[in-house]
Each structure stands twice: as structure tokens, then as C-alpha cells.
Write a protein that binds this ligand. Structure first.
Ligand code: GDP
Ligand code: IMO
Ligand code: MG
Length: 419
């Protein structure tokens, strides 16, 4: 089985971009299967940091095929900006990147509707990245979407206008002012750029190549706790972020999946609204934010920080069929005399470990482990890590039953330890 999946086990921003880039040399194809420009995947090498939103994190490796799969929603304006930020010659990018004709477009009206819905929700807003994700997936599921393949047809402008009309008529129900014109201009420039890329039925390319032995890495976006079905609904994104989403978002059979790499931070963060049982609204939370530079890669918003939540992690492992755990940001929890880990919750006085469907309030129950003081960023061998960090990892392995096979000790490609 030569298709592996790497996905987030928490609320996003686990370090997927960094690790996909680091392990890309072992693959022939790197493919995004869901989400859209709400994602911000950072990776660093040669002292330069790149943030990707739509383009898979294997793009900096020559000779790899990168695919934006059918499950992704694409905003052409964001796509154009992103291509310009990469520092890669356009012809090289066109060689490395293939786009599914079945991927749905995020239209300018979707962005405005996203903002209008959030505005209407007031203090119960989701904290969306406002990239138009929810409305674009809504139109897809309602069978009103516009797909990338359509841009190559002569009547595309007419199709666009019909969609615009329907969005404008929806927007008349809101007391919300907006200016579409400027965004529309950049959007159409993005459409012209998209036309230069290979827009194909990527499911054939994927199945043909992997049947011939080529290796594919499916790159998740967001995290399991933001999954539309299993996350803390309604404070979630609008796609299936779990491993099943890789099958529908790329057109592959579950039988073809090999490893499922589940990535998690040594602590937890969340951007946007919604429950977060281990959230620390104190000095410790502020310290984690400062040490971990926990500010959103897409929106710049401060991320909420807290201790590791094992019931949530176990839930994510179960839903995804995780075979290996990758732990990132271990360096950020250096320097604490004690580290807390949530092992269960108290709900109305009772100890529970299930994640409920209705976000009913829970209090975390913590185990406390001894910390370590060393700066670990320069360490490259597992054996060189502090004993108390190894005990922390062993504790997580014992609790979850899954091996931690990779430990990340810094944002750079090289700051990665494989066991
Ligand atoms: P993604 O959305 O899962 O790709 O994660 P983001 O890129 O949004 O957020 C992760 C942040 O942590 C980025 O700024 C990364 O450069 C950084 N990062 C990744 N791994 C590590 C690590 O092991 N240690 C530290 N200190 N930073 C890391
Ligand atoms: P990556 O791939 C963290 C959050 C938003 C909001 C909710 C819904 O970088 O891990 P949406 O824009 O989808 O309508 O927002 O989901 N969110 C993310 N949080 N990382 C992400 O992506 C996210 N993408 C969406 O903050 O709470
Ligand atoms: Mg991110």
C-alpha cells in the first residue's frame, strides 16, 4: 500500500506543512484533499519561512507531482497571490502542480456571504477565517457549485454571472455592506492563471500512478476536532478533515491506504470560537503563546493555548485509524518545571472520557509530569533528548497505544527527529 495520509489530530496548526515538506523526499506525489485557503501551512528551510494555503507542502521539492484534489475549494485570487509568493519560476510551478477539474471554486460572493453570516451570528460567531469556505461547500453540497473544469469553457462568464446573481439575491436578506468589484478583478486574474495549469481528472492520474508503484502522501488541512461531522459542531470547518476525507477528496479506495500519520502538538491550540477544555487563560497560556509564536498563519489572530488533551487525542486517533504519532513543538514545552496532561474530564461531577456531540461543558482532570529545562532545538537524535521528555512521550504512547515515531524540535525542516 503506497498511499499514506498525514493529518492534524487537534484544532489545526499542528505543524502539518513543516512535516509534509520534511518527509516529501520519500514520496512521488503530494496531494491536498480538503479545505481551502482557510489553511495556513508553514515550512522553513535555508532560513526562509513559506506559508502555503492551497498548494501542497511538497511544492519546493523538484520532480514531485503536487495535486490539488477534488475535495479542495479553490479561490483563484488567493491562488494567484500564493504562486507569486513562492519564489519559483512560473514554468517550474506549472510542471510541479496539477489541479482537479472537479475541485469547487470559491466565488467572490462566497467570501461576502461568509462575512455576512458571521456578522449575523454576533457573539455566537464561529470565528471563521472568512475565506468563503462554508458558503463554497454549501453550494457544492446543494449542487449549485461551480467547478474548476468549467473555467476552460466558452460560457464560463455566463455561468459565473448566474452564480453571482444568486449570491446577490441571498445577500439582499442581510443588512451588510460590501464591495465586490475590487475582489472580482483579482479573482478573474486568478482564473486566467489557473488556465495555464493542468486541469484534469486527477483521480485517474492518482490511481494510474499509484497502481504503478508511485508513492502518494495525502496532506490534511485543519484538524480532526474541526471536522464537519466529528468536531465541536457548529464550531468547525465545512469539510471532513479525517482520514476518510482523503478517499473522497482524491478518489482513492480505503483499501489503498497504508500509514496514517497523526500529527499533534505537545500541547494544544485553537483559533476561533468553540470549546477548548484545557484552555489556559493565565500566564502559562500566555507563555505557551509567546514561546510557540502562536499566531494564526492565515489570519494573524492569537491562538488560544492549553495543555495536551488526551481524551480528544484518543478520539482523533480512533476516528482516523492513526498508525504513527508525530509530535511537534516539543521545544516549546521546555523550561516548565511541571507539565500537565488532561487524562479525563469532569462532567456534572462525573468522570468521563467521551467527546460529547453537544459540547456540554467539562472540567479537565490532569496528570502532572516532571518537565525539563534544556533547550532541545539543536538535538537531532532521539537518544539525546532529555529523560523527562522521553517519559512524557512514553506516557502518551502508553495512554494511546500508538508509537510516537517523530519528534519535532523547531520550525526548520532539519529540526526533525525520526526514531
Ligand atoms: P499547520 O497548519 O499544521 O501546517 O501549522 P502552522 O504552520 O499553521 O502552524 C505551526 C507553526 O509552528 C508554524 O509557525 C511552524 O513554523 C511552527 N512549527 C512547526 N513545528 C515546530 C516545532 O517543532 N517547534 C517550533 N518551535 N515551531 C514549529
Ligand atoms: P490549518 O490547515 C486552525 C478554524 C477557524 C474557525 C473554524 C472555521 O492551517 O491547520 P473556516 O474558515 O473553515 O470557516 O473556519 O475553523 N480553522 C482553522 N484553525 N488551522 C486551520 O487550518 C484552520 N482552518 C479553519 O479559525 O474556528
Ligand atoms: Mg495552519
Amino acid at each position: 500500500m503506497n498511499i499514506d495520509i498525514l493529518l492534524g489530530l487537534q484544532w489545526g496548526d499542528e505543524g502539518k506543512g513543516k512535516i509534509v515538506d520534511a518527509i516529501s523526499p520519500g514520496y512521488d506525489i503530494i496531494a491536498r484533499f480538503q479545505g481551502g485557503p482557510n489553511a495556513g501551512h508553514s515550512l522553513e528551510f535555508n532560513n526562509v519561512k513559506h506559508v502555503l494555503h492551497l498548494i501542497p507542502s511538497g511544492i519546493f521539492h523538484p520532480e514531485k507531482i503536487n495535486i490539488i484534489g477534488n475535495g479542495v475549494v479553490i479561490d483563484p485570487a488567493v491562488f494567484k497571490k500564493e504562486t507569486e509568493s513562492l519564489g519559483l519560476p512560473k514554468q517550474e510551478l506549472i510542471k510541479r502542480l496539477v489541479i482537479s477539474a472537479r475541485a469547487n471554486l470559491i466565488l467572490p460572493g462566497h467570501r461576502i456571504l461568509d462575512a455576512a453570516y458571521e456578522h449575523q451570528k454576533g457573539c455566537s460567531k464561529i470565528g471563521s477565517t472568512l475565506k468563503g469556505i462554508g458558503p463554497a461547500y454549501t453550494d457544492k453540497v446543494a449542487r449549485n457549485g461551480l467547478r474548476v473544469g468549467e473555467i476552460l469553457k466558452d460560457d464560463f462568464r455566463d455561468l459565473y454571472n448566474a452564480h453571482l446573481e444568486s449570491h446577490l439575491s441571498l445577500l439582499r436578506n442581510f443588512d451588510f455592506t460590501f464591495d465586490l468589484k475590487e475582489y472580482e478583478a483579482g479573482w478573474f486574474e486568478g482564473i486566467e492563471l489557473l488556465k495555464k495549469f493542468r486541469i484534469i481528472n486527477t483521480e485517474y492520474l492518482i490511481n494510474n500512478l499509484t497502481s504503478k508503484g508511485k508513492k502518494l502522501l495525502a496532506e490534511g488541512a485543519q484538524g480532526t476536532m474541526l471536522d464537519i461531522d466529528f468536531g465541536s459542531y457548529p464550531f468547525v470547518t465545512s469539510s471532513n478533515t479525517i482520514s476518510a476525507g482523503a478517499c473522497t477528496g482524491l478518489g482513492i479506495s480505503p483499501k489503498r491506504i497504508g500509514e496514517v500519520f497523526g500529527i499533534f502538538k505537545a500541547y494544544c491550540t485553537r483559533v476561533g470560537s468553540g470549546p477548548f477544555p484545557t484552555e489556559l487563560s493565565d500566564q502559562t497560556g500566555a507563555l505557551l503563546r509567546e514561546k510557540g509564536h502562536e499566531f494564526g498563519s492565515t489570519t494573524g489572530r492569537p491562538r488560544r493555548c492549553g495543555w495536551l488533551d488526551l481524551p480528544a487525542l484518543k478520539y482523533a486517533i480512533m476516528l482516523n485509524g492513526v498508525t504513527q504519532l508525530f509530535m511537534t513543538k516539543s521545544d516549546v514545552v521546555s523550561g516548565f518545571s511541571n507539565i500537565k496532561v488532561c487524562t479525563s474530564y469532569l462532567s456534572a461531577g462525573k468522570e468521563v472520557t467521551e467527546i460529547t456531540f453537544d459540547n456540554s461543558p467539562v472540567e479537565p482532570v490532569y496528570a502532572e509530569l516532571p518537565g525539563w529545562m534544556e533547550n532541545i532545538s539543536g538535538i537531532r537524535e532521539y537518544s539525546g533528548l532529555p529523560e523527562n521528555l522521553k517519559k512524557y512521550i512514553k506516557f502518551i504512547e502508553d495512554q494511546t497505544g500508538i508509537p510516537v515515531t517523530m519528534v519535532s524540535v523547531g520550525p526548520d525542516r532539519k529540526e526533525t527527529i525520526f526514531r
